[in-house]
Design a protein around this ligand. Sequence first.
Ligand code: CMC
Length: 444
Amino acid sequence: MKVTSGAPDTRVDSVELGRAGESLPVLQPTLGSAMIDVRGLHKGSGRYTFDPGLTNTGVCRSAITYVDGEKGILLYRGYPIDTLVEHCDYLDVAWLLLNGELPTAVQKERFVTDITYHTMVHEQIHVIFRGFRRDAHPMAVMCGVVGALSAFYHEDLDIFDATHRKNATHRLIAKMPTIAAMAHKYALGQPFAYPRNDASYAHNFLHMMFSVPCEKYEPPAAAVRALNAILIVQADHEQNASTFTVRSVGSSRANPYAAIAAGIASLWGPLHGGANEGVLQTLDEIGTVDRIPEILRRAKDKNDPYRLMGFGHRVYKTYDPRAKVLREFCYEVLDAYGKRDDPFLKMAMELERIALEDDYFMERKLYPNVDFYSGIILRTIGFPLPMFTPQFAVARTVGWAAHWNEMVADPEMKIVRPRQLYIGSPERSFVPVGERIGHEPLVG
Ligand code: CMC
C-alpha cells in the first residue's frame, strides 16, 4: 500500500485560548483564510466546537480546487476556469484534477485510450434498467445503477490498491455519460445508443443522448463546444455537499461506486444540483416578456418567499466565474440553433438584462449564476428538464473521484464521525405501557 498526502507543508502559527500556556495551532493555506486547528481543543478544554452545516469548518487539506467567492475566482489545480475552458477539452481537465498537472501529449493519448476502453456497460446492466418504471426520474435510476456497478467489479475493490483505484476512477468517468444517456433513452422507450469511442467526451455524450439507429447523427459543433465548457465548469467546486458526501461515505472505506452513488443522491437535492431544474421552471412560469416586471416585484417583496431561480449564490458575491464563461457559449449556441428569436429564450435574455440593471439585484450582488446559462444551453441543445441534474452528475464525477483518491491517500484520513450537542432527556426510568401518558408523535 502506497499512500502520499500530496499536501504542501503548512506554516503553523497559534492562537491563545485565554488560559496561560494554552493555545491552538493555526494552519496556513497557500490561498484563502487560515484555519484554527481544533483537534486538540477537547483534550485541553473539555469542549467541542458547534458548527451546523460545517460552514466555518475545514474538513480536510485539499490541493484540487480553490474558490474565492468575493473576487469571483475559481481555480482547478491553480489554473483559472476560463483559461481551462479556452484551451482544454474535458478529459484534459479530468486528468488535471486527478493528477495535479495538465497531461503531456503522450499522457493524454493514453488517458483517452483508458477512458474509451471502459465506455460500455456490462450487458446485464441493460436488464437492471428494465426493472425501473419508464417514468422514473433519471437521477433515481442513476443512484441505483451507479451503486450497482460495485456488484460488477467486486474483485477490484481494494481501496488501498492503486491499480484498483485507477480502474474504478476510469470506469466511473467513462461509464457515467453512458448510464445517464441510457436513463434518458429508457424514459423515451428508444433503444440504448452504444458509445462512439472515436468522438470526444462531449460529442459522445450527445451521440448517446440524441442518436437513433435509423438515422445518421452529427451534433452541431457549437453544441459540442458548449457541452465541453459546461462539463469543465461543473467538474469540481471543492467541498460542496455532494463532494463532502463522497468523502464522508468513502471515509468508512466503502468502495468508490457506493461513495459516488451517494454523491449522486446528494447532488439531486433542490438546494444543490437539483437547482438547475428550478431555473427552467421559473422561466416557464414567467412565460412571456411582459410578465418579467411582475415576477421581479414578487422576487423583491420581503413578504413573499419567492426567489428568482438562477440568480444569486451562497459563495459568489460577484459574477460567478462559471456563469461568465457559459454566457458566451449560450449566445453561440442560440445562434447555431437559430434560436436568438425563440420567444422563450428571448424572454430569458430579457430577464437577465433587466435584473442586471435592477437596484435590488445590484445592491445585493445577485448575478445570474451558472445554472441560469447552463439551463438555457441544455434546453437549446435538446436536453429535457429531468436530464439537467444527471448531466451535472456526469460532469462532477471526476471531481468526486479526484477528492476520493486524495482522501484515500491522505495520512490524516479518519472515518467521518462528528459530535452533537445533545438536547434530549437525561437518563430516566422505564414506564410500563399502562402507565404512559399519550404524547404527540414526532414522526408518527
Ligand atoms: N431572488 C430574490 N432575492 C434574492 C435571491 C433571488 N434569487 N437570492 C438572494 N436574494 C436576496 C435575499 O432575499 C436577501 O435579501 P435581504 O438582504 O434584503 O434579506 C439577499 O439577497 C441575500 O440573500 P441570502 O439568502 O442571504 O443569500 P444566500 O447566499 O444565503 O443564498 C442562494 C444564496 C443561491 C440560496 C440564493 O441566492 C437563491 O436562493 N438563489 C436562487 C436559487 C438558485 O439559483 N440556486 C442555484 C445556485 S448556483 C448552483 C450551485 O453552485 O450550487
